[in-house]
Ligand binder design. Sequence first.
Ligand SMILES: *Cc1c(COP(=O)(O)O)cnc(C)c1O
Length: 431
Amino acid sequence: MSKINIKKINDFFTYRNDFLHIEDVSIMDISKTIKTPFYVYSTSSLKKRYIDLSYSLKKIRHSLYFSVKSNSNLAVLRVLSLLGSGMDVVSAGEYLRAKKVGVCGDKIVFSGVGKTYDEIKIALANGIRQFNVESIPEITLINKIAVELGTIAPISIRVNPDVDAQTHEKIMTGKSENKFGIPINSTLGIYEKASKLSNIKVVGIDVHIGSQITDLTPFETAFIKIAKLVGQIREKGHSIDRVDIGGGLGISYSSSKRDPISTDNFAIMLTKIFKDMNVEIQIEPGRFISGNSGLLITSVVYLKEGQNKNFLIIDAGMNDLVRPAMYDAEHEFLTIKDNLNDNNKILVDIVGPICESSDVFLKNKKLPKLASGDYLAIYSAGAYGAVMSSEYNSRPLIPELLVHENLVSVVRSRPKIEDVIKRDQIPYWLR
Ligand SMILES: *Cc1c(COP(=O)(O)O)cnc(C)c1O
């Protein structure tokens, strides 16, 4: 057999004889049967990210709840549930997805500021580990529904520690001006009041200060406040066994850079703060597990060479991946054929086809001169990608694929445009 020339991008994305592979599958081969754009995820990567994090936390009494909102595809959830992961959900829809892949209610935590009557009822009736509650009216409503169902609702109080997570303002959640959580100085009082309600059991406190956090300091600042609060709760004679520290571990959006925070250092920090507290640490990672486990595969529609600028117009748009438009995110682009060493490079703005000026992926990127039909892979597209996509411009949602070693499966198919249009109805008085 001839020798395969391998160049690593990360553990599961490699160039083999110059062609990009996800695990053992060539992206070029997939693209022959599935039209771009599409998402593709690596099973091994999802598993490794989960296992690496659990391994770093092994000396800490902990449990892990994958944040379903980062990637809610049933196949992705199934991979993680088979490893024993719990799920962190923020809607009844996500709750039902978690149940569908076999996660027991006692491994599901329900977060979010606006849980409705129906959502609380579904979760309470089918089993829930805890509601992470964010307001007094929410606690009152949960108690009322628990009375109706003749059950006890476990709740954990989400604290807003007023800490700046030093991340993009749209994913910062732990400052006092953010809508999330209960101000830390009123938590104790609310903990006491909630404990007195007939059908509520307060099981712990919870904090989530934001997403894509790239430095340990904000975590540390928040957790020190939380540990102090645990002490105060106990001094008042209340029991508390769980501290949910939320998600937010940042990732590297560059294939050549390591994660900004090492999970070992994260574990050391947690141990330092919580070691004598005898609490179970619950963690809700999303992006850390799914982010770098997925690619968005796209192809060039046109290279539009202008007087001042060249535009590489691709077939994926902000409706498929909104992070650049919404969070100013810069995703790395990889060519499917490793020809980045070509001398014939030009400067381009990579843009989508959507009729919005914000539909821009990267500005002033040096790329080999590509032509219509050439494929590209957008890196770090596994989290907050497919889940945030829309049908804006009447573009059907794009497919999602899952790879496992040399196997590929479509785990969400592309709807037919006729079916998308058929969902609308013209009222009888306009016919
Ligand atoms: C979004 C969210 C998470 C996950 O955040 P990541 O940055 O993806 O890890 C965890 N917990 C809560 C409450 C969230 O809202």
